[in-house]
Design a protein. Structure first.
Lengths: 112, 254
């Protein structure tokens, strides 16, 4: 690679980095089959919701993975904080009575 | 049947040459997501080209009667034997607006063409068209979305989108040219008369351009001749890149 093309490559890389920062991040949810719920599959950058849907189609449903796509602005998602993990989740650890393990399951019942 | 072969070859050449141009965008598009989108479009076109060239090869056999393969047609023909329209061979030179401007016009044309070709009396062409029409509907949508955003975007993006459309426009009318070969095939119900596509194609493109706050280009210059093997200077470089491996290392596989 010549010095000139190396410089151009570097410039283009920098430009890509700059525009990437300008485009918001979207979280992508795909429903794989009718009847199932949408599941999170990944994220992508796009200038707006319509383009995000199209990018999601190209990035996450190339191999017939889905029949429906949701895109959500990543900054619209409120997430629990890892710092609050103990307060959020530990109290559930010793409450075995919340699990339906004390029932007898009648014979022949499916899907339980 | 050689006429049908020639017709299939024209449509296949259009698709293959544009597939090659779209492939040039991989790793050079404005965003990683766009790299993938343009590559997908290129691969759709490549798939169409493979079907059409394979079919053309069975109808245009070698002198000894054996069929030409898709690779024979893709890699071993010289420039004057290629019958694609000039619009698809023009280089983008890294100008995303140029890529989008061409894709808007060409995918709209292909969409109208394939939609009509699904009722061809030639079963193979009808089947290829039925599969391809859904693919090009997406290409058209992708180009539309970008023309709208770039046209109705910043001053800079609008100026560049307009100049890209202006630069492509002298190559648009060639899409609608008819010749004796096509006229006979239209008579037989095999082909679609390109002249009948002019109105619906321009109607769609005009609406998109207006919505994008751009001006419909006006030009009296018309470049044509691709169907007769007359091509632009840029086309030779494309062929060299596409063919040199297969020609330098005959029979190479990977």
């Amino acid at each position: 690679m010549s010095a000139d093309s190396a410089t151009r490559g570097a410039t283009r890389g920098a430009t890509r980095g700059a525009t990437r920062a300008d485009w918001p991040l979207w979280e992508v949810f795909v429903r794989s089959r009718r009847g199932l719920s949408h599941g999170h599959v990944g994220s992508l950058h796009a200038p707006d919701a319509e383009m995000a849907l199209r990018n999601a189609r190209d990035l996450y449903t190339r191999r017939q993975e889905g029949v429906s796509i949701w895109v959500v602005p990543a900054d619209a998602i409120s997430a629990s904080s890892p710092d609050e993990k103990d307060a959020f989740f530990d109290p559930a650890a010793d409450k075995v009575y919340r699990h339906p393990t004390f029932y007898t399951v009648p014979d022949g019942v499916k899907h339980l | 049947m050689t006429a049908v072969g020639t017709y299939a070859l024209r449509l296949g050449d259009d698709a293959l040459v544009l597939a090659q141009r779209m492939g040039e965008w991989v790793a050079s598009a404005p965003q990683l997501e766009e790299d993938v989108a343009l590559a997908n479009i290129g691969l759709d076109l490549l798939g169409q080209a493979r079907n059409l060239l394979t079919y053309a090869g069975t109808l245009l056999p070698c002198p000894d009667g054996s069929p030409r393969t898709e690779d024979d047609l893709a890699y071993l023909r010289d420039e004057r034997d290629w019958t694609n329209v000039q619009l698809v061979e023009l280089a983008d030179d890294g100008d995303f607006g140029a890529c989008v401007a061409r894709l808007l016009v060409f995918s709209t044309w292909q969409h109208e063409l394939y939609a009509a070709l699904t009722s061809s009396t030639d079963e193979t062409l009808a089947a290829v068209a039925a599969k391809a029409v859904k693919e090009v509907a997406y290409h058209r949508d992708h180009a539309t979305q970008w023309v709208l955003r770039l046209g109705d975007g910043t001053d800079e993006s609008q100026r560049r989108m307009q100049s890209a459309l202006d630069a492509r426009w002298p190559y648009v009318e060639e899409l609608f040219e008819t010749d004796d070969l096509v006229r006979d095939l239209v008579e037989a119900g095999v082909a679609v008369d390109p002249a009948t596509l002019r109105e619906p194609v321009l109607a769609y493109v005009t609406i998109v351009i207006a919505q994008a706050t751009l001006e419909l280009p006006e030009t009296t210059v018309r470049h044509a001749g691709g169907r007769r093997g007359v091509h632009t200077e840029q086309f030779g470089y494309l062929l060299a890149e596409m063919q040199h491996l297969a020609r330098s290392h005959a029979g190479a596989t990977w």
